[in-house]
Design a protein around this ligand. Structure first.
Ligand SMILES: [Zn+2]
Length: 444
């Protein structure tokens, strides 16, 4: 995650020239890696079980073990399942022979994370049983760097664990010029639909993409690809954008604080509200990453702040963004997740009524819901959560971008970064050029 920058401003342009070579080299190295097949450890027994699990009437699926009936498949103790469209956890648990009661215990452990609400097809699940056939753990591989496990700690409780491998970002430059819509031009340059949406979100306060672009205007984007030591995680981020029109250049640079600024250090995105309510309410439960579970005595974090809102209190989005999820969780109740660009996300739980749908754009201060009393809770309140870079932070204290400029103390460092990345975007060879030259440049 650390981006070391040892270039002095006077060497920036020269360095950028050198970097274009590095970028080309990294494209090549990614290409050679993608053509090498990686051998995974052989898990024939597990695959066999997974095959059995596909057949609804086979012996290894369906009912829990009858006592005294030896089951050769169960002696490996793992049922592996790749999530298919239309799968539900409930059916996966039934097929594997794990109880719905244990699934409920896992959903309870999931209330602060909601990691199980939207299982994506292709996610690898493992249900792990003891030798005696007791269900012990649900494990998920979300991507090559991230996995989750819900592990039994006693007869009534499962605990959430997350493991994240070290990752680093590999940057590439994509360049193009406007022919037709910005969307089509950016697609031609190699950007994905999601990346194009991010770029438009970053520059939409400076430029009207429908009306103000002309044929021949040019753009360059630095896209970061997250990788473990050996493979891509599939996550990308926009690190810098430059859009050049006849008489103006629009820019946005991702800085170390997770915010985007233009080349003058002014924030390109509007500020956040601190709270999602018009007036302030008593805090009935504080943000506490070290909260102890009253029964097990183990750490069971409270990832948000609970506000004692009566049922029907209007809830506003604290920033501009896109509704990422609308759902109903047995413990979290009706909830909304809003994505505010690459670094920030907010989450609102236990709602009574929701006014937005998935994919909808919302503005800072826009009413998205009424607070309520849904889910497994003791009284009406709003659980409000703020995540920075996928980590929950204290929404009452976090350093959110209420200030609109790069802090004075970091300005020198930011200017160096912006100057460097502008030089890179101007001078580096682009992947679209490489595509024109017939070179395969996929990053995966
Ligand atoms: Zn809460």
């Amino acid at each position: 995650m650390i981006r070391s920058r040892t270039f002095t401003p006077t060497h920036v342009v020269l360095s950028a020239g050198a970097l274009s070579l590095i970028l080309v080299a990294s494209v090549w190295s990614a290409q050679s890696e993608s053509s090498t097949s990686i051998q995974l450890p052989s898990t024939e027994a597990v695959n066999h079980l997974a095959d059995l699990a596909q057949q609804p009437d086979s012996q290894a699926t369906g009912q829990p073990l009858q006592s005294g009936t030896p089951d050769p498949a169960r002696s490996t103790n793992i049922v592996q399942h790749t999530v298919q469209p239309g799968d539900s956890l409930s059916s996966i648990f039934s097929e594997a022979g794990a109880s719905q009661a244990d699934l409920h215990r896992i959903m309870k452990a999931d209330v602060e994370y909601l990691a199980l609400e939207t299982l994506r097809p292709g996610t690898e699940l493992k249900l792990i049983f003891s030798k005696q056939g007791e269900f012990q753990q649900l494990a998920l591989d979300l991507d090559p760097a991230r996995s989750l496990a819900y592990t039994r700690v006693d007869s009534d409780t499962f605990e959430y664990q997350e493991s994240v491998q070290n990752t680093h970002w590999v940057s590439e430059v994509l360049k193009g010029s406007i022919r037709g819509s910005f969307y089509q031009s950016a697609l031609n340059a190699g950007l994905s639909a999601t990346q194009i949406a991010s770029v438009q979100q970053l520059l939409e306060y400076q430029i009207n993409f429908r009306r103000e672009l002309r044929v021949g205007d040019t753009f360059a984007v630095i896209v970061g690809h997250e990788r473990t030591a050996s493979e891509s995680t599939g996550k990308t981020r926009i690190e810098a954008v430059s859009l050049e029109r006849r008489n103006r250049t629009h820019t946005a640079f991702l800085f170390d604080d997770g915010n985007y600024y233009d080349q003058n250090g002014k924030s390109v995105l509007p500020a956040f509200r601190r709270l999602p309510t018009a007036k302030s309410f008593r805090v009935s439960s504080r943000f506490n990453p070290n909260r102890l579970h009253p029964v097990t005595g183990r750490i069971s974090p409270h990832n948000g702040v609970d506000l004692a809102t009566p049922v029907g209190t209007p809830i506003m989005s604290t920033g501009d963004g896109v509704v990422e999820r609308v759902g109903n969780h047995p413990y979290a109740g009706k909830y909304v997740d809003i994505n505010h660009g690459n670094a920030y996300k907010t989450r609102y739980l236990h709602l009574d009524k929701i006014f937005v749908r998935k994919g909808q754009h919302v503005r800072r201060g826009e009413k998205v819901a009424l607070s309520g009393n849904t889910g497994r809770i003791t009284g009406p309140h709003l659980h409000f959560e703020l995540q920075m870079n996928h980590r929950p932070v204290n929404p009452l204290k976090a350093d959110i971008p209420t200030a609109s400029d790069v802090p004075k103390t970091a300005l020198k460092q930011f200017e160096k970064l912006a100057e460097y990345e502008l030089a890179v975007m101007t001078n580096a060879a682009s992947r679209s050029n490489l595509i024109l030259a017939g070179i395969d440049t996929r990053f995966d």
